[in-house]
Design a protein around this ligand. Structure first.
Ligand code: SF4
Ligand code: SF4
Length: 578
């Protein structure tokens, strides 16, 4: 039988897999002995007992087959014997997408139950990243990733909205404490604590910001919140895109460094904590020059050190605790939240199983952003609903904003009489407010350091709008780049042939030879095909036309208008400069 030619995307995915095969990955791809001990660990299996395609080992095998076919000698020599297979068509990739994004929340419960040390979640994250790199992903993943790349946070919160929310919460706090000095300091230099949050707090839960501010203020902390780079969440963890992970983490680390902060405190968010504290330095390739801790540890420390006093009789409702997969299984935060809970509530009831054996909220791994899998997610949430109901508590506490959403959905769907809250809310409610608190003096922000990170890079800017041309040129030159300019497609091609720039930013709609034709001409010319291209267009509807062309896709794609930060971030990403 004649074999189908491999699709471009499938070919790229296989090629890119080679770069991901470190020791940890290969270990997980080769160590499975198919004992099946992990099977019942998975909440998808427990709620779909008749469907073997949900078993962790089955899901891992879909990736393992590709590894064997291309990177293991047994699969290259006797593929039929070892079950080696590789994806050929885009339909094959769609099937992999369904597994990687729709049948696993990367919760790692199967990992801790594998006697061979197979970490399927790591394998699954790799597959997600490979699929994302060839443009195969749920739409929600594409949208959230784009927001985090371009706007700087997962929920597209604009800087004004963020700062207005801080101002609003600052006023609330001053009013509540009847103390004009009780405010949220922004960009305070040399603070002992820089506090970073999840954009969900700005959008849906600003009270958590005010509660944290109340605790910092009463503890007499010299603290601040950054005006930019404040999002400690990182969609790179979910999408498997290490470049996104590194860029997001670096943004936060750079801001804390600029403010000369001594400690970065991460508000209650499991994936934010894991990304920022545990994975981020590796993705960003940075030595982070300050300490990082979860706000759970900070609050506990304040109580232990006598900096705040709490009265647990203010929280008498029966509560249980849900361990976030990322905080607990992946980062070892098991006992601190329990110790803190027992200090601020009178009736704490464990949920079973708990700690490393707790089940995922079922909204983890970015599942809340993938609406096409919602029915599957809610079906698997039955495991969680049973666990919650068995506690008899009326409040479930969790140190993760993602889990707040996952649990709330589960509670709504299974009609449980429960509410979800976080430790910061309980501590703020239990805190005893002293007469008046001394506030550390503010220091003026330092001037931002000058970055010439594009020095030595040659960039051709192509746009028929003169003011856009001037604007992009100024931004890129201010950052050290040597900029060439073209106002139409023919001039752009002539300059590209003559100068061979490192990058071309390319408008699409231009008189004469339009950007689409220029792009195709570049890709078809062996001398120019390796020049990196970032499309920047005011016509987002042309995206499909660009990506559907039978040539390698552009290295970047931005919708106009593009602000300075977005332009620089994307140019640096494409040129791989930090
Ligand atoms: S427990 Fe480990 S070795 Fe056994 S089937 Fe699962 S992944 Fe494979
Ligand atoms: S990581 Fe979690 S969701 Fe994924 S297969 Fe393992 S137990 Fe199931």
């Amino acid at each position: 039988m004649k074999q189908q030619p491999r699709s471009q995307k499938a070919q790229k995915l296989i090629e890119r897999m080679a770069k991901k095969l470190n020791r940890q990955m290969v270990g997980s791809l080769t160590a499975c002995v198919h004992c099946g001990l992990c099977t019942d660990s998975c909440h998808y299996v427990l709620t779909n007992p008749d469907d073997p395609t949900y078993a962790p080992a089955y899901k891992a095998d879909r990736v393992r087959k590709i590894f064997k076919r291309h990177f293991d000698w047994t699969g290259r020599v006797i593929p039929w014997w070892v079950g080696a297979e590789s994806p050929t068509t885009d339909e094959d990739l769609a099937e992999l997408k369904d597994i990687a994004f729709g049948k696993c929340t990367n919760c790692r419960r199967c990992t801790i139950n594998c006697p061979m040390g197979v970490d399927f979640a790591v394998v699954n994250r790799m597959m997600r990243g490979l699929l994302v790199s060839v443009g195969v992903m749920p739409e929600g993943v594409a949208v959230v990733s784009k927001d985090q790349w371009e706007i700087g946070n997962q929920m597209g919160v604009l800087k004004e909205e963020y700062l207005e929310t801080l101002e609003w919460m600052s006023e609330e706090l001053s009013g509540e404490l009847d103390d004009p000095g009780a405010v949220i300091p922004v960009d305070l230099m040399d603070a002992d604590v820089v506090y970073s949050i999840n954009p969900r707090e700005v959008k849906y839960d600003p009270r958590s910001i005010a509660d944290a501010a109340k605790i910092f203020h009463i503890a007499g902390e010299k603290w601040t919140m950054p005006s930019e780079g404040w999002d400690m969440t990182n969609f790179g963890l979910f999408s498997g895109d290490d470049d996104l992970g590194g860029a997001v983490a670096r943004r936060l680390y750079d801001k804390v460094t600029e403010l000369r902060g001594r400690k970065l405190v991460i508000s209650e968010c499991g994936h934010g904590y894991r990304s920022t504290r545990c994975e981020g330095p590796n993705w960003a390739g940075m030595d982070v020059p300050f300490v990082m801790e979860s706000s759970v540890n900070t609050m506990l420390r304040y109580i232990r050190e006598g900096r705040i006093t709490v009265d647990k009789t203010r929280n008498t409702t029966p509560v249980t605790f849900h361990d976030s997969c990322n905080n607990a299984r992946s980062c070892g935060l098991y006992e601190e939240p329990r110790e803190l809970l027992n200090l601020v509530v009178t009736d704490f009831r464990e949920m079973y199983p708990n700690r490393s054996e707790n089940y995922c909220c079922t909204g983890g791994g970015g599942a809340m952003s993938m609406s096409e899998y919602t029915p599957r997610r809610l079906k698997s949430a039955k495991v969680k609903a049973d666990q919650l109901a068995a506690t008899g508590a009326s409040v479930v506490v969790t140190s993760c904003h993602n889990c707040v959403d996952g649990l709330s959905d589960c509670i709504r769907h299974y009609k449980l009489n429960m509410q979800v809250t976080q430790l910061v809310n309980l501590v703020a409610n239990a805190i005893v407010v002293p007469a008046r608190v001394a506030v550390p003096a503010a220091v003026e922000p330092a001037a931002a350091p000058v970055h010439l990170s594009l020095a030595g890079r040659r960039i051709l800017v192509v746009d028929d709008e003169p003011d856009v041309l001037v604007y992009y040129t100024a931004v890129l030159e201010d950052n050290g780049a040597t900029v060439l300019e073209a106002a139409d497609g023919d001039t752009a091609l002539a300059i590209a042939r003559r100068e061979k720039p490192d990058l071309i930013t390319l408008d699409l709609s231009m008189p004469g030879t339009d950007g689409g034709k220029v792009f195709e001409a570049l890709r078809h010319d062996p001398d120019l095909a390796s020049i990196r291209v970032c499309i920047i267009t005011g016509r987002p509807e042309l995206r499909r036309l660009i990506y559907d062309r039978p040539v390698p896709p552009p290295e970047g794609y931005l919708d106009k208008p593009v602000d300075e930060e977005t332009l620089l971030l994307n140019v640096k990403k494409i040129l791989e400069v930090h």
